[in-house]
Structures are given as structure tokens and as C-alpha cells.
Ligand binder design. Structure first.
Ligand code: ATP
Ligand code: MG
Length: 232
């Protein structure tokens, strides 16, 4: 069986020419189904660029990206968005919630785009919000929720779609340490249920909760190790 994620000698170059930025510089990387990986690096090291590529939000300048054995490195925007809908749940730092919609409507929205029926949408969204401890906040709008609760809505939105891969870019970036811990606990639980989790962070404390830690710097992989302090 092919690896879930297989990145082969990928470069991403912004502004080619004299002032080019090599945001990814010959990166190769394999991630198997069910792994829990943290990608850590300083500001500007290429984390978000890598995440955008892994999440099929962007394509590499050179090299190859195979997802589930399919080459997704040269797809059109439409093809990419199909792959994203099928394969990937995103959790971003800024939550990306729609302010005018309630918590449950925010969770339902991507399911609506997929053509899921109202009844099924409601069931999936309710279950997902219960999973993240927001059973009693479903009809609140984002402005009526704390930062940690908003991030949990964003996680519920990702898990309601049951994607094989959860991709989180600084999911605790805006949160205090208590809320951060809760979010990571939820992410760990999702991994425990068999999901593949890729977590991007600049925080060594957060990275240390993952099973495998990949460090990047200047667009290159500096180290890729199993975390011997990992706790199930
Ligand atoms: N659209 C773009 N055009 C030009 N350069 C870019 C673009 N996006 C990112 N870069 C550059 O690519 C490099 C990597 O950026 P990236 O956003 O991947 O870093 P990061 O590790 O996510 O940083 P942070 O921790 O600050 O979010 C940086 O030098 C950045 O300035
Ligand atoms: Mg970033």
C-alpha cells in the first residue's frame, strides 16, 4: 500500500529571479496512515508553505507530492479542491469561522457544500460539537464564544467531515495555556481513534505532545525523530 503522504524532493520558490525566496528547499517526507506528526520551525522556516502544499492549497515549484498514491502536484484548482474536500480537515489559527452563523451552522457549512442532506448534516454537526464539549453552545455565534470555544467549533467543523487527515496550523496560537491544552487533548483523542494528524507549530511544548517531530529551518528538514517522551 502506498504511504498516505509522500513528498519527493519538493521545492517551492516564491518570486523567481533575483529576489527569489526558497520557502521549501528539496524536502522529502513520508507520513503513514495513523501517524501523529508535529512540524516545528522558527518563523519564516517554511511551515505554512509546507502545510499549504500538504493540504493541496498550493502546488510545488518542482518535485512531486503523492497523496494516497495519487500525484497531486500538478492539479488544477478544481481538482485540488475535490481532493481537499475528500481527504483533509483543516484547523487554522484564526479559526476561519463565519461571524453571522451559529456554531452548528458553521460546522454544517462544508457538509452543505458536499450535498449532505439537512437531517444528516444536523446529526453529524451535533455529534461533532458534543465531541468537543460544546453541546450547550450550538446556537451561539462566534462573537458569543471564547477563543478556545471558537477553536473547538473549528475542530468540530473539521471532524464532522470525517477526513482521513487532520491538518492543523498553529491551532493553539491565539489561546491561553489552559485552552491550548484542551485543544491538544482533543487532537490527541482524534489521533487515538485512528486519524492521521499533522500539527504545525513553533512551540516546542506543543510539538512534544506528538509522536514524531520534524524540524524545519530555511525550507529544509533539519531532523525527523520519534519523540521518546510521547505519552499515549
Ligand atoms: N506568497 C509569498 N510570496 C513570497 N514569499 C513568501 C510567500 N509566502 C511565504 N513567503 C516566504 O517564504 C518563507 C516561508 O514562509 P512561511 O509562511 O512558510 O513560514 P512559517 O514557517 O509558516 O512562518 P511563521 O511561523 O511566521 O508562520 C518566508 O521567508 C516568507 O517570507
Ligand atoms: Mg506560518
Amino acid at each position: 500500500m502506498p504511504a498516505l503522504v509522500e513528498v519527493q524532493d519538493v521545492c517551492k520558490i516564491y518570486d523567481p529571479g533575483e529576489n527569489e525566496v526558497r520557502a521549501l528547499d528539496h524536502v522529502s517526507l513520508t507520513i503513514d496512515e495513523g501517524e501523529f506528526v508535529a512540524i516545528i520551525g522558527q518563523s519564516g522556516s517554511g511551515k505554512s508553505t509546507l502545510m499549504n502544499m500538504l493540504g493541496c492549497l498550493d502546488t510545488p515549484t518542482s518535485g512531486k507530492y503523492m497523496l494516497h498514491g495519487t500525484d497531486v502536484s500538478h492539479m488544477t484548482d478544481d481538482e485540488q479542491s475535490d481532493v481537499r474536500n475528500r481527504e483533509i480537515g483543516f484547523i487554522f489559527q484564526g479559526f476561519n469561522l463565519i461571524p453571522s452563523l451559529t456554531a452548528i451552522e458553521n460546522v454544517e457549512l462544508p457538509l452543505m457544500y458536499r450535498g449532505v442532506s439537512k437531517k444528516t448534516r444536523m446529526e453529524l454537526s451535533k455529534t461533532a460539537l458534543e465531541r468537543v464539549g460544546l453541546a450547550n453552545r450550538m446556537t451561539h455565534k462566534p462573537s458569543e464564544l471564547s477563543g478556545g470555544q471558537q477553536q473547538r467549533v473549528a475542530i468540530a467543523r473539521a471532524i464532522a467531515q470525517a477526513p482521513p487527515i487532520l491538518l492543523a496550523d498553529e491551532p493553539t496560537g491565539n489561546l491561553d495555556s489552559g485552552s491550548s491544552r484542551e485543544i491538544i487533548d482533543i487532537i490527541k483523542k482524534l489521533h487515538g481513534e485512528g486519524r492521521t494528524v499533522i500539527l504545525i507549530t513553533h512551540d516546542p511544548g506543543i510539538a512534544s505532545r506528538a509522536k514524531r517531530i520534524i524540524t524545519i529551518g530555511d525550507g529544509k528538514i533539519l531532523s525527523d525523530v520519534i519523540n521518546d517522551k510521547y505519552e499515549e
